[in-house]
Design a protein around this ligand. Structure first.
Ligand code: GZL
Ligand code: ZN
Length: 359
């Protein structure tokens, strides 16, 4: 229980920070916003004195991680990164639950972590909605919660921090690139969205639509959820092909959906990529997604780096030490385009760029 006292005292000073993530770049942190001091600022040394000697020695930290599932290559890289970071060698005991994209399973996993008296709980929320009650239960139990990867539509005082990419900016980047690439030409756009209600889906859609609204020559013909899976991408693309014949842009909200969409277009004899009839925009910039981009099959791929666990570990270490933490850590993104395309919004793919990627 003493650990939790140190934690509660520590969370009084807050700052926002940006962290670099470009796959192969070293993460850099700069303060993005001035520190907000709350009324009862507890000096860090006071909090540290509260921790008894044996805990200060750094015994194992028990972390429960309620992961979205295993729906995509991005998720697999994210899971591996958490398991590598929260290892026994690094002083952690990680309890990991793969919620298999099922909200009820994820909520149950968090409640189990509360019963097991975890020291910290990390949640990558499948959906933004429905979290207030269980977050209150965790807070009542004195267990600090970190919201990671995606975000929740809940009272921010119920969790310590949110770590993840700026999904709205990712959508805007995709839209801005398309406007630059089309240069005034008309676009009939189909969108294969991610999981319904996920902040990644909501943000990418909001950002892209914000740009689309500035282009009367663009029409978004349809958008349906492919649930961030390859099978989902293929199914949605197959139904789109049955309904629409005049589309020239397909936006896939992750690489696995793009692979499915490409399979469906191949089967229908529809060409895509830099030498095809259909422009493909994808998100995630995973290794295979960037290989397709290098091959000219995907025109533009907007990154979201899955290697985020060290930012979560940094927050936990700071809470353990009674230090100030940031309420939001934005994992900075970049974008990539196929060879032959130059863009103010994206890096042109080369084999060297692909070889330099960390995942
Ligand atoms: C993005 C992440 C999304 C990825 C998908 O941060 O939540 O979920 O874009 C993954 O690949 O399924
Ligand atoms: Zn325009």
């Amino acid at each position: 229980m003493k650990r939790k006292l140190a934690v509660l005292l520590a969370g009084t000073m807050v700052m926002a920070s940006l962290v670099g993530c470009g796959g192969s770049d070293a993460a850099s942190t700069e303060t993005a916003a001035p520190a907000e001091e709350t009324a009862e600022e507890a000096p860090a040394e006071e909090a540290a004195e509260e921790a008894p000697a044996e805990e200060a020695a750094g015994d194992t930290i028990k972390v429960g991680f309620a992961q979205v599932g295993h729906e995509s290559d991005w998720r697999a890289a994210n899971t591996q990164n958490y398991q590598d970071t929260f290892s026994a060698a690094n002083g952690y005991e990680l309890s990991f639950v793969d919620a298999d994209n099922d909200n009820a399973v994820q909520l149950e996993a968090v409640r189990t972590f509360i019963q097991q008296e975890m020291d910290y709980i990390c949640i990558a929320p499948i959906e933004t909605a429905g979290w207030d009650t269980v977050l209150q239960e965790a807070q009542d139990a004195g267990i600090p919660v970190l919201i990671v990867d995606r975000s929740v539509d809940a009272d921010p005082s119920l969790y310590e921090t949110q770590i993840g990419c700026d999904m709205v900016l990712e959508g805007e980047t995709a839209g801005n690139w398309l406007a630059e690439y089309l240069n005034g030409e008309a676009a009939n756009i189909l969108v294969i969205e991610g999981t319904v209600g996920a902040s990644a889906t909501l943000g990418r859609t909001e950002g892209f639509n914000k740009v689309a609204a500035e282009h009367s020559e663009w029409t978004i013909l349809d958008s349906q959820s492919g649930d961030f899976t390859q099978a989902g991408g293929q199914e949605v693309m197959e139904s789109f092909i049955k309904s629409y014949s005049d589309f020239n842009v397909v936006v896939c909200q992750n690489d696995n959906e793009a692979y499915g969409a490409m399979d469906a277009m191949d089967a229908a004899g529809i060409t895509y990529g830099v030498d095809g009839d259909v422009i493909i925009i994808s998100y995630d910039a995973t290794h295979d997604g960037l290989q397709y981009t290098l091959d000219g099959k995907i025109n533009c791929n907007v990154e979201c780096n899955p290697l985020q666990a060290e930012f979560a570990a940094d927050v936990i270490q700071k809470l353990e030490a009674g230090e100030a933490i940031d309420p939001v850590t934005v994992v900075v993104d970049q974008a990539f385009v196929a060879p032959g395309i130059t863009s103010q919004y994206a890096t042109t793919m080369t084999q060297e760029v692909l070889d330099g990627r960390a995942y």
